[in-house]
Design a protein. Structure first.
Length: 232
């Protein structure tokens, strides 16, 4: 199958569900209707109806425990949508100068309309990027990517230095906070204080202290360093 092969019989709703399932699995999560309802911000009943439709289309299978599994076809379509979305994010930020925090939302408006021809031209114009602006791999173009070992920011010890590798892209307000404080992939930081009693982690980025909630810190993936090795 060619990258970006068109699926005219597949609706936007179906593509959105397949994309959500793909991204959950990408993070190593087991996918259940309740979790999918949370991600899609709809009721469990709505998810159940859509999953039934996806099953009839041969996109997924639901196990006895209600866990959702991709079929080969469903995985291909989900991967295609994610690829187009992340290429669109690269285009928006690199070619059009769209603000980093806004790229994810704008890419959702474009991902369903990118044809195989445009996808090929877009990837070429962007230099075949392996990751999107948020550090996430672009399926179909990341095969040569050799990412460093990563772990959540909250698992880095006080006094240690590291580099941001990935940040969550779904929350626009959180991205604005990250952007305003320099917390982007490639940014070097030092953990100044871990304060469980406050529920915060303080890091030093570009000479300025930034305070994060521990819950937010769990979503920021950073490079794993031995001890307190300096960042290059």
């Amino acid at each position: 199958m060619l990258l970006g092969e068109p699926k005219p019989e597949i609706s936007v709703v179906v593509e959105n569900y397949l994309q959500a399932i793909y991204k959950l699995k990408e993070r190593g999560e087991r996918v259940f209707p309740t979790r999918l309802a949370e991600v899609m911000d709809v009721s469990v009943a709505t998810v159940a109806g859509t999953l039934k439709r996806l099953g009839k289309q041969g996109m997924i299978e639901v196990g006895e425990t209600k866990e959702v599994h991709f079929t080969v076809r469903g995985s291909e379509v989900g991967e295609s949508v994610v690829r187009r979305h992340r290429l669109a994010e690269c285009m928006l930020t690199q070619l059009l100068g769209v603000e980093w925090p806004r790229a994810h939302v704008e890419a959702h408006r474009l991902e369903h309309a990118i044809s195989p021809y445009v996808e090929t031209k877009l990837a070429m114009a962007l230099g075949y990027p392996m990751t999107n602006p948020f550090g996430l791999p672009i399926p179909g173009y990341c095969e040569g990517l050799n990412p460093p070992a990563m772990k959540p920011l909250n698992e880095i010890g006080e006094g240690e230095t590291t580099v941001v590798e990935q940040v969550p892209e779904e929350d626009g307000r959180l991205l604005e906070f990250f952007d305003g404080n320099g917390l982007r992939p490639g940014a070097s930081l030092e953990v100044v204080e871990i304060a469980p009693y406050k529920g915060t982690i303080t890091v030093l980025v570009n000479g300025a202290e930034v305070v994060l909630g521990i819950e937010v810190a769990t979503t920021v993936m950073v490079r794993t360093w031995a001890g307190s090795d300096p960042v290059e």
